[in-house]
Structures are given as structure tokens and as C-alpha cells.
Design a protein around this ligand. Structure first.
Ligand code: ADP
Ligand code: ADP
Length: 229
């Protein structure tokens, strides 16, 4: 489940500049599409349209064949999980930071996502475990640890579609590699859109689409794209 289709999507911010121009791409259910593009290519705009922060000017966005304008805001939010570039942690326990979008998750599901996002060591190293307070006034976490928390938080919701919105862009290159590995692992077999600004970070995606000026300039797997350039 979770097929995403952008069908000839056009969009502008009302200042006369066309940001997306007949943009078409799809993420088949259970597959990963990496969307790669430089600054200003339209990556954030695509996420904003998918979450309906704005509506398209022309064309359609469909999830499992259904126009997103025909889906309730609540089901859309339930279907989409996001790992943003800069994860905000509350001055609260690890547990509450993980649970905040799904307060009713079971202890077993919580333990599962802690494992899946490789947070078990962080939890074990701290005497208070999941009750450790993190954030500005608590335990300071590294950029990589924050992104693992963001991944676990997203997984807890069991979204049909996982969106990784430049989730590794603020990390140093070594941490970026390890978080990308984590992302590949957790998205395996799920529908996932991985947005990134460099091709080198998404080498293993089922398919990569290169975004330039709001259009797909080329697509293929990593090997095919390298051969073309
Ligand atoms: P990316 O995420 O790939 O850097 P964006 O989607 O943020 O690209 O931006 C695509 C284009 O839209 C850019 O030219 C940018 O200046 C413009 N843009 C982005 N957000 C706004 C906005 N809120 N108002 C006007 N123009 C915007
Ligand atoms: P929720 O279950 O709380 O609705 P979401 O998965 O919709 O969770 O969003 C998780 C967090 O990411 C929220 O804080 C939301 O405001 C934020 N968010 C949602 N969409 C975007 C986006 N396109 N870019 C950055 N942050 C976003």
C-alpha cells in the first residue's frame, strides 16, 4: 500500500515564477524513490504539496489511486510519516519524545521501534533508560541520535508512506552514511520517498529521479545515472 503518484503537477507561490512544471513521478507501493536535486529545485515544495500545506495549481497528486484532495486531513496525516532535516526534541523523556505522535502505542511497539532505529544502546547506556530527559535542558544528543529518534517516532505511527525529507543533510558525512543505512533498512519493503541533495547519499534506492527546476531531468538507478553523466 501507499503508491504515490504526482501527475503533471504544476505549482507556483503566486509571484509569477513556476516552481513545479508538469512534474510527474511515482513511487510504487513497497518501493523507494529517491528524489535528488540542488537548492531551489523544488524538493521542499513537493513535500509541502504531499502534506497539503498548499494545493496544486494544476495536475493531480494521488495516493493509492485516490486524489489527496478527496482524503480527509486526518487520514492523510495518518498515511504519511516524515523524518525532517532538523528534528525537534522536547525537554521531556525519551519515551515521551517517541510517543508524542502516537500516545497510545503499546510498550511492545515502543520497544520494537527502539530496536529498529538502533536506539537500544543509547537507552541501555543511560541509567534512567527511556525515562532519560533529553533536549536543551536534559541529555544533549548528537545529530545522528536525534535522527534515530525521529526515525523511531515515525515508525511508531506505521505510516503507509515514509518521507525522509533531507533527513541526513545536517549530518557530517560519516553519520550521514550510518543514518542512510538505517533509512534503507527501515524502509525496505515499504513505500518510501527519500529526498536528498546529493546523489552519493542515495546509491541503493530502487529508483532515483533527478529534479531540476521543478521537473524530472533524468531517472534510473545509481549505475544508470552515473553512466549518463
Ligand atoms: P528545494 O527544497 O529543492 O531547495 P524549494 O521547493 O524550497 O526547493 O524551492 C523551489 C523554488 O520555489 C525556489 O525558487 C524557491 O525560491 C521558491 N520558493 C520556495 N518557497 C517559497 C515561498 N514560500 N514563497 C515563494 N517562493 C518560494
Ligand atoms: P502527526 O502524527 O503529528 O500529524 P506528521 O508525520 O504529520 O505527524 O508530522 C510529524 C512532524 O513533522 C510534525 O511536527 C509536523 O508538523 C512536521 N511536519 C509535517 N510535514 C512537514 C514537512 N513537510 N516539513 C517539515 N516538517 C513537517
Amino acid at each position: 500500500r501507499g503508491e504515490v503518484v504526482f501527475d503533471r503537477v504544476g505549482f507556483d507561490y503566486g509571484n509569477g515564477r513556476q516552481v513545479l512544471n508538469e512534474l510527474s513521478f511515482s513511487v510504487p507501493a513497497g518501493k523507494t524513490l529517491a528524489l535528488v536535486g540542488g537548492s531551489g529545485a523544488g524538493k521542499s515544495t513537493i513535500t509541502r504539496l504531499l502534506f497539503r500545506f498548499y494545493d496544486v495549481a494544476s495536475g493531480q497528486i494521488r495516493i493509492d489511486g485516490q486524489l489527496i484532495t478527496d482524503v480527509s486531513q486526518a487520514s492523510l496525516r495518518q498515511a504519511l510519516g516524515i523524518v525532517p532535516q532538523d528534528t525537534v526534541l522536547f525537554n521531556d523523556t525519551l519515551r515521551n519524545n517517541l510517543l508524542y505522535a502516537c500516545p497510545d502505542a503499546s510498550e511492545a511497539d515502543l520497544q520494537d521501534v527502539v530496536q529498529m532505529a538502533s536506539l537500544d544502546r543509547l537507552v541501555a547506556e543511560n541509567p534512567a533508560g527511556l525515562e532519560t530527559v533529553v533536549g536543551e535542558r536534559g541529555l544533549k544528543l548528537s545529530g545522528g541520535e536525534k535522527q534515530r529518534i525521529a526515525i523511531a517516532r515515525m515508525l511508531l505511527k506505521r505510516p503507509a508512506i515514509m518521507v525522509f525529507d533531507e533527513a541526513t543533510s545536517s549530518l557530517d558525512s560519516e553519520t550521514e552514511r550510518s543514518i542512510m543505512k538505517e533509512i534503507r533498512r527501515v524502509s525496505e519493503g515499504h513505500t518510501a520517498l527519500i529526498i536528498a541533495h546529493r546523489l552519493s547519499t542515495v546509491v541503493d534506492a530502487d529508483e532515483i529521479a533527478v529534479l531540476e527546476n521543478g521537473q524530472i531531468a533524468e531517472r534510473g538507478n545509481h549505475r544508470e545515472l552515473l553512466a549518463k553523466n
